[in-house]
Design a protein around this ligand. Structure first.
Ligand code: NAI
Ligand code: SF4
Length: 432
């Protein structure tokens, strides 16, 4: 009912949601069917309670950012509120670029008003006058629809000047399109892009809560985090806190793809095991599962099936790719490394150069020309890239290699033994 013109939306988005209704196991309830009828009342209550009360509720709920790193949302808002600055900004990170991740797209499609409500609440807490939705270029088809949702908010006086009659609360949101760069999912590269510059990550600290958009305190939150804030304020901190586990409260959405009967978007409580999720989606002879896209970890199902989703174990930014035994896992790893080579912004050497070297090593091994030294170097170079890169891209790009080496060493060893112990030079002497 919250979609004004469903025909403008791709059928796949609707299909994901229908699937979720059939299979939802999360006792949190159907996140996608939040309608915004009660939002004026909700915002009025929050404004009456005051910013400290809103921060208190989010903190009590122990809500952590759903972008992947899990930073405490209440603390982020508090830091931004307290940071000195004449102007402050709220940014919704809708640059959902991790391969295999598509749950923010469904939220923007089905619960856009819950996203907007989260932004308005953030603005009321930190004292922002302007908000930005940084929308992934590939989601440009959603722009007109989101503009329509913004207009509905303005008509309800949930955006604009004197929001709900509060003389000192003026806030509006604009949509900024990305240009197709994965790196702009990094919040500081995203901010650079919003400023009209090339999307290159900044050195942190200072964090955006201190110096963000145009050098001013900026609160950047993921789409799903903003929806979670709205739900916490609707349902109460105790409700959210009752879900999940000790170190990971609440629930989260999972984009599930690959070798399963029912791919789609699911909401699970933190603490759900990998095996439970695989059963839910009808995984067919699952062998390996890529958690959090290429930047996450690859888990062998027979070793890690009973691991639990949560910040203390299977930390997940919302995506699961399932591979059965018919898949060429090393080929997939090479493909992921190529992705990072393509998407590196190139500003720091370990990431710019190291990912190429790691990709080349993978090619060598797959071609049956690798030796044990190559495997050892992949580990040491991978650790070097991870520890010396400026941002999360280089901080995670070696993961496809490092985690498959750890979980599936036999695949690599089999490639080495194929050449019967003959070690070939790593480069073509004649060509050199
Ligand atoms: P981070 O840990 O540096 O920061 C996480 C958030 O907390 C940021 O908003 C940051 O500004 C804030 N923060 C951290 N320390 C702070 C402090 N002392 N004071 C104030 N604010 C602070 O992580 P980063 O580099 O922003 O994100 C890396 C994560 O992103 C990885 O864990 C990875 O899982 C995830 N990721 C998510 C993707 C997605 O599509 N959602 C894609 C690739 C990676
Ligand atoms: Fe750019 Fe990679 Fe360095 Fe990140 S780690 S700043 S993507 S070169």
């Amino acid at each position: 009912e919250e979609i004004a013109n469903p025909r403008a939306l791709p059928k796949t988005d609707i299909a994901y949601v229908d699937q979720l209704v059939e299979t939802n196991i999360c006792k949190a309830g159907p996140v996608f069917f939040h309608n915004g009828n009660d939002f004026p009342e909700l915002l009025k209550n929050c404004l009456d309670a005051g910013p400290e009360a809103v921060i208190g509720a989010i903190t009590q709920a122990q809500l952590r950012g759903h972008g992947g790193a899990g930073f405490a949302t209440g603390l982020k808002w508090k830091l931004c509120r307290e940071a000195p600055g004449a102007t402050k900004y709220v940014i919704c990170n809708a640059d959902e670029g991790e391969p295999g991740t598509f749950k923010d797209r469904v939220l923007l499609t089905r619960s856009p008003q819950a996203v907007l409500m989260g932004m308005v609440l953030a603005a009321s807490v930190i004292g922002a006058r302007e908000g930005i939705i940084y929308l992934r270029q590939e989601y440009i088809y959603l722009k007109a629809y989101l503009e329509q949702q913004l207009q509905l908010f303005r008509e309800q006086r949930l955006l604009g000047n004197n929001i709900l009659g509060h003389a000192d609360f003026n806030f509006d949101i604009r949509i900024q399109m990305g240009a197709g760069a994965y790196i702009c999912g990094d919040e500081s590269a995203l901010i650079e892009s919003c400023e009209g510059k090339r999307g290159t990550p900044r050195v942190k600290p200072p964090y955006p809560v201190e110096q963000g958009y145009l050098g001013m305190p900026t609160c950047v939150n993921n789409v799903e985090t903003l929806v979670a804030v709205t739900r916490v304020m609707q349902e109460g901190a105790e409700w959210y806190q009752s879900l999940g586990t000790e170190d990971s409260r609440g629930c989260r959405l999972m984009s599930v793809s690959g070798d399963c009967q029912r791919p789609g978007v699911y909401e699970i409580e933190w603490g759900t095991t990998l095996n439970q999720l695989l059963t839910l989606v009808g995984a067919e002879d699952p062998w390996a599962v890529q958690i959090s896209g290429p930047s996450g970890e690859c888990v062998a199902v027979d070793k890690g099936g009973e691991r639990r989703f949560g910040y203390g174990d299977l930390s997940c930014n919302g995506s699961v790719m399932i591979f059965n035994r018919s898949r060429d896992l090393l080929g997939i790893v090479k493909h992921f490394m190529q992705f990072f080579v393509d998407e590196s912004c190139g500003i720091c050497t370990p990431c710019r150069s190291g990912n190429v070297d790691l990709r080349n090593k993978m090619e060598r091994i797959i071609a049956g020309r690798g030796c044990q030294q190559d495997l050892d170097e992949m580990v040491s170079w991978g650790q070097l890239v991870r520890s010396t890169s400026r941002c999360g891209l280089g901080g995670t790009s070696p993961n496809p290699i490092l985690t498959t080496l750890q979980q599936f060493p036999e695949l690599y060893q089999a490639k080495l033994t194929e050449q019967s112990g003959v070690l070939l030079p790593s480069f073509d002497l004649e060509a050199a």
